[in-house]
Design a protein around this ligand. Structure first.
Ligand code: ACO
Length: 430
């Protein structure tokens, strides 16, 4: 694993040897774990631009080539052929399931979709107009008060049961957060429907009227869930790992991931993109908004553009762009003018020196909101949809971390820039 050594020379003639770590693919990584012990210095890397926080075998991204693999499988192949639970199994267990394994996994997830009836009381504590992501953070966090039978995080079987519960209950809680918002009764999960169709049913059925999910809508949700399922050490996944590194309750760790995902620089971008497109309103305003995005004195950014890792294109955006057309062409979508506007905005930005120089391409969330909107899902639920899918990634990373013999509590250091040591001044003398 460590096949090369790099020599580091520091102040006062001190030097040390640093091991170079090579993963399966990707750049070499300098192991600095003994740097402070041997040289008495820390590294400084705001935003972790040059820092790997762990070893992981789940997802690989080549940002320069625009490649994304789950457990070695290119995202394009999974998007084209797999079901979401097929991908969930792959991310959790490392290999694609055999037919019988998938059938058993689907059965287990199906039989964990109900939530404890008392959990409903937590929803009632929220005002009807609470943002569904706020409800998700609270209600998923409160799952940590249940399931005492399987909370020994040092027992692999307990961890697995918790993982199944989280993946199974997330759509039920997500749909309930929407129903609470619109003042409709919660709809119970149905065991005759698959994962995505069941979610759509819990969103749109009412006790008065059955809902027949449109197969194209279910296909689109399945695809979007696959594309959002994992993305290595992004902000929310790193948050889950950091929370879990203290051996915290797994449901509380996932709630911390949901909180991190909500920000507009991360999963909240899909909602922000739609709001931005609605604000731009018409293609004639595009130049004005592009100018604002380039103005350093203006906080406005082109939402859905740019990515920390992808400096070529986001492969998920390429897949989604195609599906966006399919959905809008075949469904009674009221919002295709928004897609037209989005396409025009992309075209203008992609010819602009500012965006070319900085390699700012549309990311996955530039298009996901337009599809969700066409399926009748309201803007405030877009990031919730992302959270349902990403739960699989969070859980897979949490399981991997808990199994890692090198796992330690996450505890970054800092460059202290505060006051030097000074004497306390009594109140009357200040
Ligand atoms: N609009 C305008 N300018 C931008 C944008 C944008 N969307 N994104 C980056 N830039 C500019 C920055 O101002 C900076 O310019 P400078 O070099 O002149 O200072 C340069 O491009 C580099 O950007 P950083 O902010 O340093 O890049 P970072 O990797 O820290 O941020 C991020 C990445 C947060 C995704 C950023 O591009 C952004 O805010 N995009 C919009 C929000 C968004 O779409 N988020 C979703 C990300 S994908 C996901 O989480 C699923």
């Amino acid at each position: 694993m460590f096949d090369k050594i790099m020599k580091l020379s520091g102040a006062e003639g001190r030097s040390m040897e640093l091991k170079l770590h090579k993963g399966t693919v990707g750049p070499e990584v300098v192991d600095i774990s003994s740097l402070y012990r041997e040289m008495g210095v820390f590294t400084y890397d705001p935003g972790f631009v040059s820092t790997a926080s762990c070893q992981s075998a789940i997802t690989y991204i080549d940002g320069d080539k625009g490649e994304l693999w789950y457990r070695g499988y290119p995202i394009e192949q999974l998007a084209e052929r797999a079901s979401f639970l097929d991908v969930a199994y792959l991310l959790l267990y490392g290999d694609l399931p055999q037919q019988s394994q998938l059938a058993e996994f689907e059965r287990i997830i199906r039989y964990h979709t109900m939530i404890n009836e008392t959990l409903k009381n937590f929803f009632n504590g929220f005002h009807y107009d609470a943002h569904p992501m706020a409800v998700m953070v609270g209600v998923v966090g409160s799952l940590s008060a249940f399931y005492h039978d399987s909370l020994d995080i040092h027992d692999p079987r307990h961890r697995e049961v918790s993982a199944h519960r989280m993946i199974a209950k997330m759509p039920t809680i997500a749909a309930a957060s929407y129903k609470h918002n619109v003042g409709e009764p919660f709809i119970y999960p149905r065991n005759d429907l698959d994962y995505c169709a069941n979610f759509m049913n819990m969103m749109f059925a009412t006790p008065c009227e059955e809902y027949a999910p449109d197969p194209l809508a279910v296909k689109a949700v399945n695809l979007l869930f696959i594309l959002h399922a994992d993305h290595e050490q992004n902000a929310s996944t790193s948050t889950v790992r950091l929370a879990g590194s203290s051996q915290a309750n797994p449901f509380a760790c996932i709630a911390s991931g949901i909180a991190s995902l909500w920000g507009p620089a991360h999963g909240g971008a899909n909602e922000a993109v739609l709001e931005m497109l609605q604000e731009i309103g018409d293609a004639s305003n595009i130049d004005k908004y592009i100018a604002r995005a380039k103005d350093k004195d203006d906080p406005f950014r082109l939402m859905g553009f740019g990515h920390r890792v992808y400096k070529n294109h986001d492969p998920r955006a390429t897949i989604i762009r195609k599906v966006c057309h399919e959905v809008l062409d075949n469904m009674d979508a009221k919002d295709s003018p928004l897609l037209e506007l989005a396409l025009r905005l992309e075209e203008v930005a992609m010819q602009d020196e500012y965006f070319i120089e900085r390699k700012l391409y549309p990311n996955v969330d530039f298009y996901s909101g337009i599809i969700y909107r066409a399926l009748g899902i309201p803007n405030s639920m877009f990031t919730v949809m992302f959270a349902i899918a990403r739960t699989v990634g969070w859980v897979a990373h949490w399981m991997e971390m808990m199994d890692d013999p090198q796992q330690r509590i996450g505890r970054p250091r800092q460059v202290y820039t505060g006051a030097g040591k000074r004497e306390y001044v009594p109140l009357g003398q200040r």
